[in-house]
Design a protein around this ligand. Structure first.
Ligand code: AMP
Ligand code: ZN
Length: 464
């Protein structure tokens, strides 16, 4: 599989450190509010990466953290008159509700920053011992960014940009830093803030250090894939590399994957710009599954513009998939050993093409196009196909939808028992030529959201 590596700015063959295994770390949310639709993008696309690598036979360890202490949490807790901990616990629960709704698999490990204080202090000590960290007079600990010669290698920052960053941040930190480009790995506690004891006095970790520490603890010093949104390339991921490589003396991540922005009116959706919609409010109107589909409808590195109209189109596309799946079941119930086998061949080719598209830097947009070609083949060829061909088509269809994590809301098995009973009662009524009763049952089914079509092969249920 080829993956675009932000580090080399090119597609590279994915070769994992340990053959047959893949260690992935994805930066998770700061849990101070409901996640917005932009935050749902990395959730969905890297979930598909995980599912696809698992489908290809790799043992995937997927770590995604929760930032449960930082400035935004402290400010929000103060504003709402609650504690950082209570706020973080509440919005972690809400985050998981949204992630479940989007059919995102739970991470293998979901570490929280506040549960790794001992390891954070160890890594900072290591950084200081290796000459890359220093303690400021107020108890902050800073990282000497420019001492790390490779600083800027991920974001490809040129010296001028670093100079700008230096001027900007030195004016913000009140002269505590040796150099403007230096960044905090530990922040001394201000009155009233949550604090943990450390060799440098009470304080809390800087934002970047938690990811370096939790990646190492749960995946080891060198991981295969590190992922997140493009906004994290600088400074967050650049700083993670500096911290990890200077503390561990080992390469940090072999591949860096970054999803493009989800925009609204062509501007990045973000809480600070105030142009955001929460995943929850959108899901309440449109459902979660169209949001997931929408995220997969573009290549993960392309910008994606959000609108309710596009979500409606996604809903319609999903309906086509559900209908195709129902038609397949129906055709299979009525198929025999004789019939054509062409559909099996088409399904085989679809699976092959699906893998090719996914192997090309996780091209879910083209993978969906392959799926819809298969839908067209199923719709045209099913009636004349033999049972074996239909079974293979169904397997391939389910495999592709499973890797994409789609069609998780309604399956044949979800048809409520009372509906199945009504269909059976209607068939009996028709056999007895009791048309009035058959019509009464049709109306009852209609009220439950089901239409029944009488075909040459028997009654066919359609969910409206
Ligand atoms: P945050 O809680 O702000 O740290 O963001 C959590 C994740 O969402 C990170 O991987 C961000 O890069 C990503 N993210 C934030 N805003 C957007 C956006 N508008 N489009 C795509 N990804 C985003
Ligand atoms: Zn991170």
């Amino acid at each position: 599989m080829q993956i675009y590596n932000t580090m080399s700015r090119s597609k590279e063959e994915l070769i994992t450190l340990v053959p047959g295994e893949c260690k992935i770390y994805v930066c998770g949310p700061t849990v101070y509010n409901f996640i917005h639709v932009g935050n749902a993008r990395p959730l969905c696309v890297f979930d598909v990466l995980r599912r696809y690598l698992t489908y290809k036979g790799l043992k995937v360890s997927y770590v995604s953290n929760v930032t449960d202490i930082d400035d935004r949490l402290i400010t929000a807790a103060n504003e709402q008159g609650t504690t950082v901990r209570a706020l973080a616990e509440r919005f972690e629960r809400e985050y998981l509700k949204d992630a479940d709704g989007l059919n995102v698999l739970r991470p293998t490990v979901m570490p929280r920053a506040t549960e790794h204080m001992a390891e954070i202090i160890d890594m900072i000590t290591q950084i200081i011992d290796n000459g890359y960290g220093y303690v400021a007079p107020n108890g902050d600990v800073y990282f000497r960014a420019l001492k790390f010669e490779a600083y800027g290698k991920l974001s490809h920052l040129v010296l001028d940009e670093l100079e700008n960053a230096r001027e900007l941040s030195s004016s913000m930190e009140g002269g505590l830093k040796e150099e403007g480009a230096d960044f905090a790995v530990w922040k001394a506690a201000k009155p009233g803030e949550p604090a943990w004891d450390s060799p440098w006095g009470p304080g809390r970790p800087g934002w970047h250090i938690e990811c370096s520490v939790m990646a190492k603890k749960h995946l080891g010093p060198t991981i295969d894939i590190h992922a997140g949104g493009q906004d994290l390339i600088f400074p967050h991921h650049e700083n993670e590399i500096a911290q990890s490589e200077c503390a561990n003396k080992a390469p940090f991540a072999r591949y860096w994957m970054h999803n493009g922005f989800l925009n609204i009116d062509n501007r990045k959706m973000s809480k600070s710009l105030g142009n955001f919609k929460t995943t929850r409010e959108i899901a309440q109107v449109a459902g979660y599954e169209p949001i997931r589909y929408f995220m997969l409808s573009a290549h993960y590195r392309s910008p994606l513009n959000f609108s309710m109209d596009i979500l409606e189109q996604c809903k319609t596309s999903l309906e086509r998939l559900y209908t195709c799946r129902e038609n397949l079941d129906f055709a299979l119930n009525n198929a025999g050993d004789t019939g054509e086998n062409l559909l099996a061949q088409q399904a085989e080719e679809a699976l092959e093409r699906f893998s090719q598209r996914m192997d090309d830097d996780l091209n879910t947009a083209d993978a969906l196009a392959v799926l819809f070609n298969l839908v067209r083949d199923i719709n045209t060829l099913s009636a004349a196909s033999c049972a074996a061909a239909l079974r293979r088509a169904r397997q391939v269809f389910d495999t592709i939808c499973g890797v994409l994590g789609l069609l998780y809301n309604r399956t044949k098995d979800d048809v409520p028992p009372e509906v199945t009973q009504l269909v059976a009662a209607r068939t009996r009524a028709r056999a007895e030529k009791n048309w009035a009763e058959a019509d009464r049952i049709r109306t009852a089914l209609d009220a439950l959201g089901y239409a029944v079509e009488d075909t040459a092969s028997g009654p066919k249920l359609v969910h409206k």
